[in-house]
Design a protein around this ligand. Structure first.
Ligand code: BGC
Length: 747
């Protein structure tokens, strides 16, 4: 199916080029790609075929790998971004190997190449797929200009436990939002037409990795097939439909089967149901790790299991290159399976035009890095992604009334840390921190006393910073997590602001000045205890290269905050996992008294036996979709066009949105649905649409959103995805916890 789509794409492209007479840098004769693959395959030895299935992380001198490249034993490399070296790698393959097959050069370009955008969790907080697509396109332009043609992104793992450090790398807890971001990133990386700026996307990690038990990275998952199909698979399916060229298997074992050896997900679902004809690569040594999992005896055994499960390329186990020949000889692996894998690898190389354009123009490549329009887009993304959690009239700050600004906290001037996890190529020297942005904007007004140089430093310098706070007109505290505290293998069991940061905020409060806490982190931290200690809290998931100016623009009101959180904020870590789209228990929480209230009313024990924690209830600190603005919005006259819909119909919900405050602003309208009774129990709410709407102060507009009834389908008791007739409810609101339900029926 995907092949046919690519073919159509190529035809449209060729037609467009023919019409405009423009010289194309596209892949050229894509229409005969399969024939070219047949021809190549017929000339390849088994050893050359297996070589294509081998991916190697390179480093040091090119000459270290020259012999293997010349002998056709490496199909892809990762972790080299020097364009001069990359050209040399390609030259050896193209000019000195027997068949001249170019390399596929991979890199983790996760939220930008040089120009770093907010971490993916922050990008999701924009609820702005168009901007996310633009960011991915910029990443592709910068990375491809330097010779990288494959990124290991987007990460589509649903994450409902903020202890998991990799929550930073995805779009959060919701499958529908994740799917929209997935499509946007795939389109952005690969481009609407394949050309020399196309960066092949790699959707990862397939699948369920984000459900790691206890939020501890790499841990086992126990997702049922139904849970996979209703929550974890849909973003991947959407990305496949959007044309993602490659996919990566995950590290986890789900229900006892490691993904890299899981025939059900890799063959039955991915290939047979979805028709994916792209390349499947393992995660780093995830094939080898099946030995640790206890799923294979040795490297030969796991190589056999992986290739037979549908893996095409081995990242860093060296299991294919060492054992596939003997596995074919012994009959454990059919040569036809190898041919299919190589076909899929060559297809990606041909689609990317690598045979026609293996080299990059080194000089031209440098010119596009950190281009002004790239920096401007990164700044816009950081502005749209920051979430205002609290504001007691402190923000926006009035610059003309301020003579002295105290800037403090470990994240105020931490260029590396504000870039967040997986920002290999973003340079500190190009990163604008809040301190730098403030100093440039308000020369002579900024006093910088860090208080804590880094989050876990001791509190020995608090007196100095509190004294400075007393002399200032406003205190801006930049707190959070250093980049190293989230991301791969960086899970946390305590989600309070790390080190002495909460104490710093409390100490600053004692100075009695307007105090704004800006938190930069890779996950939603448990900031409940910090909220009373500041007049306003702005939350930025690590905001990237232009985080400084973006945040300063928000603090001083040039930009009205519009980010909405793509994850639930917990009150305390013990509530994890807590997410809005949960099923109802038979005894839903009614907001009963919690322990402290019971103690206050000594003797009162009549709690009702419902589902909650005695000490923390069952509600979050902030719900999914939450975020304040400097203005206020009102939803009114919400109405569906019908009471009863056919299964093939479309819900049309109209409503009035009014900006009821004193400044222009942007609201992210969210539409949620609940299926009241099903063949299985269903989530209490599910996001089905969202839209950013900008309104002038005082403006009011009638809007409508259409949702195909087919969007209400799910995999029920009989294992078939379908819409089940019955009663439903719909909400139109500014977050997942607001609004009043409107009933409707499907028949
Ligand atoms: C990560 C992947 C990444 C790969 C290559 C692994 O450790 O899990 O997400 O793409 O390394 O760097």
């Amino acid at each position: 199916m995907q092949y046919i789509r690519n073919l159509i794409l190529a035809l449209v492209l060729l037609l467009a080029v023919a019409c405009t007479g423009q010289k194309s840098t596209t892949v050229g004769s894509t229409t005969d790609i399969e024939k070219r693959i047949d021809k190549l395959l017929s000339r390849m030895t088994l050893s050359e075929k297996i070589g294509q299935m081998n991916q190697v992380s390179v480093g040091g001198e090119v000459s270290n790998y020259a012999e293997a490249l010349r002998n056709g034993q490496i199909g892809s490399i990762l972790n080299e971004v020097d364009p001069v070296k990359l050209n040399e790698y390609q030259r050896i393959c193209v000019e000195e190997s027997r068949l001249g097959i170019p390399l596929l050069v991979g890199r983790d370009v996760i939220h930008g190449f040089h120009t770093i955008f907010p971490i993916p969790l922050g990008l999701a907080a924009t609820f702005d797929p168009a901007l996310v697509e633009e960011g991915a396109r910029i990443a592709a332009v910068e990375a491809t200009a330097q010779g990288v043609r494959w990124t290991f992104s987007p990460m589509l793992d649903i994450a409902r436990d903020p202890r998991w450090g990799r929550i930073a790398e995805g779009s959060g807890e919701d499958p529908w939002l994740d799917a929209r971001m997935a499509e946007a990133m795939v389109r952005g990386y690969q481009g609407t037409a394949l050309d020399t700026t196309s960066l092949a996307a790699c959707i990862k990690h397939f699948v369920g990795y984000g459900a790691a038990e206890g939020g501890r990275d790499y841990n086992s998952t126990f997702l049922t097939e139904r849970q996979l199909r209703n929550v974890y698979l849909p973003p991947f399916e959407a990305a496949v439909k959007a044309g993602a060229m490659t996919l990566m298997t995950s590290f986890n074992d789900n229900d006892g089967v490691p993904s890299t050896g899981n025939t059900f997900i890799l063959k039955d679902v991915l290939r047979d149901e979805w028709g994916f004809d792209g390349l499947v690569v393992t995660d780093w040594n995830s094939m080898g790790e099946m030995i640790e999992h206890g799923f294979g005896i040795d490297r030969k055994d796991v190589a056999c299991k992986a290739v037979n499960a549908g893996v095409d390329m081995d990242m860093m186990t060296f299991g294919f290159i060492s054992h596939l020949e003997e596995l074919v000889a012994s009959g454990c692996v059919k040569e036809s399976a190898i041919d299919e894998a190589v076909r899929r690898i060559l297809r990606v190389k041909l689609l990317l035009g690598l045979f026609e354009h293996p080299y990059v123009d080194v000089g031209a490549g440098q010119a596009v890095q950190y281009a002004p329009e790239h920096l401007a887009a990164a700044q816009r993304a950081a502005e749209e992604s920051a979430v205002l959690l609290k504001n007691e009239g402190v923000l926006p700050l009035k610059a003309d009334r301020i003579r002295t600004i105290l800037v403090t906290g470990p994240m105020a001037d931490a260029p590396h840390d504000q870039l967040g996890t997986w920002s290999f190529d973003g340079q500190k020297s190009h990163t604008v921190t809040p301190l730098r942005a403030l100093q440039e904007r308000f020369p002579g007004k900024v006093v910088y006393v860090p208080g804590l140089q880094y989050s876990r430093e001791n509190r020995s310098r608090f007196d100095e910073v509190v004294a400075a706070a007393r002399r200032a007109d406003v205190v801006l505290a930049f707190l959070g997590e250093e980049a190293i505290l989230s991301g791969e293998a960086h899970s946390l069991a305590d989600l309070n602001l790390i080190g002495s940061q909460s104490d710093l905020l409390a100490a600053l409060k004692s100075a009695g000045k307007p105090l704004v806490a800006t938190v930069m982190a890779g996950r939603p931290l448990t900031v409940e205890r910090d909220l009373p200690n500041c007049g306003a809290m702005l939350y930025a998931f690590h905001p990237g290269t232009m985080g400084g100016p973006a945040l300063v623009n928000i603090l001083f009101g040039d930009v009205n905050p519009s980010g909405k959180t793509p994850v639930t904020f917990l009150r305390t870590v013990g509530q994890a996992p807590l997410y809005y789209a949960h099923n109802n228990t038979g005894r839903p929480y009614q907001g009963e008294k919690i322990l402290s209230e019971i103690e206050a009313e000594a003797g009162q024990t009549s709690l009702g036996n419902t589902s909650y924690y005695l000490d923390y209830g069952a509600y979050p600190l902030f719900p999914f979709g939450y975020g304040l603005s400097y203005t206020t919005f009102r939803y009114s006259d919400i109405a569906l066009d019908k009471e009863v819909y056919a299964k093939d119909g479309t819900l049309n919900v109209s409503f009035r949105l009014s900006n009821t405050g004193n400044c222009d602003g942007t609201e992210t309208v969210q539409v949620y649905v609940r299926d009241l009774v099903g063949s299985i129990t269903r989530p209490v709410k599910e996001l089905k649409a969202f839209e950013r709407v900008s309104l002038k102060a005082g403006e009011s507009r009638r809007l409508s959103v259409q949702i195909p009834v087919s969007e209400l389908a799910f995999v029920g008791l009989d294992a078939v995805r379908q819409v089940e007739p019955g009663d439903f409810q719909l909400w139109v609101a500014g977050d997942s916890a607001s609004g009043e339900p409107i009933p409707f029926k499907v028949q």
